[in-house]
Design a protein around this ligand. Structure first.
Ligand code: IPD
Ligand code: CA
Ligand code: CA
Length: 266
């Protein structure tokens, strides 16, 4: 494993330990409401602090963007992007589907990625050009030949409800063509599952950059495709994400397209 990835893994495991330490004592946590349906607890904050400490110790000059702390300025060529707990709503309900997501972008290019599920002890990693791995075993996207017999991941736009009608149009169009659609509640893990061949495709509206920065590299290194709603690479900026193996990626883009509002054409 690349030494830089190794540091990211160490940081993710420290965050995972904090997350697990409290997962049976959720009643004791102080929970704040950042915005409608957007919660944060001291576990999110402590996990992010642990990751930042680890990264700062190894790479004092690098810049870091964390969901809870915002931007820590440094050498802008090296940008870490962190979601210390992706799937907070699940976590706060004891629903065991959440993850730690850490990515390093070098000159705006995804270079190393970790998505870690501490509950299931599943560690998804990738370095650019070196493939994607689950607990050190190589993973690949599926090779289904279109929508038939596929399982598709998605996220509901519960933080951006003005997109609900457009989303439901997309859902109605995808639903009859596939075997199933799952809303599991951690976008980072959804992309990791796609990389591991557990899902064949994925789409979601207006995610944040820290939800997808690591998962995007996992998908690409597993042989998959990821893009915005036009199939181009502006997904980190818009947060609008479509991903899949090659055929499902194309099928999703085509199916979603008629339901895009002006807002979502970006
Ligand atoms: C959320 C999860 C969820 C997605 C939300 C995200 P958070 O992240 O990734 O799957 O649907 O839009 O905000 O808030 O739990 O870190
Ligand atoms: Ca998140
Ligand atoms: Ca989060």
């Amino acid at each position: 494993m690349h030494p830089t990835l190794n540091i990211a893994v160490k940081a993710a495991r420290k965050a995972g330990d904090i997350i697990l330490r409290y997962h049976n004592q959720i009643d004791l946590l102080t929970i704040e409401n950042k915005a409608t349906n957007d919660f944060v607890s001291e576990v999110d904050k402590a996990a992010e602090d642990a990751i930042i400490n680890e990264l700062k110790y190894a790479f004092p000059d690098h810049s870091i963007l964390g969901e809870e702390n915002g931007e820590i300025l440094g050498d802008s060529r090296f940008q870490w992007i962190i979601d210390p707990l992706d799937g907070t709503t699940n976590y706060l309900h004891g629903f065991p589907q959440y993850s730690v997501s850490i990515a390093l972008y070098v000159n705006n290019e995804a270079t190393h990625a970790v998505v870690y599920d501490p509950f299931k002890e599943e560690l998804f990693t990738a370095s650019k050009g070196d493939g994607a791995y689950l607990n050190e075993q190589r993973i690949r996207v599926t090779n289904t030949n279109g929508f038939e017999n596929t399982l598709i991941g998605t996220g509901f736009p519960f933080k951006v409800p003005h997109h609900l009608d457009a989303y439901l149009g997309m859902f109605k169009a995808v639903h009859p063509q596939v075997s199933g659609i799952r809303r599991a509640g951690s976008a980072a893990l959804d992309l990791a599952y796609l990389a591991a061949g557990r899902l064949d495709g994925f789409w979601e509206i207006e995610l944040n950059i820290w939800d997808i920065a690591a998962g995007a590299l996992l998908v690409k290194e597993a042989g998959g495709y990821i893009g915005d709603f036009s199939g181009r690479d502006k997904f980190l900026e818009t947060g609008n994400v479509v991903a899949g193996n090659e055929k499902v990626f194309k099928a999703l883009l085509k199916t979603i397209h008629p339901h895009l509002t002006d807002d979502l054409q970006r």
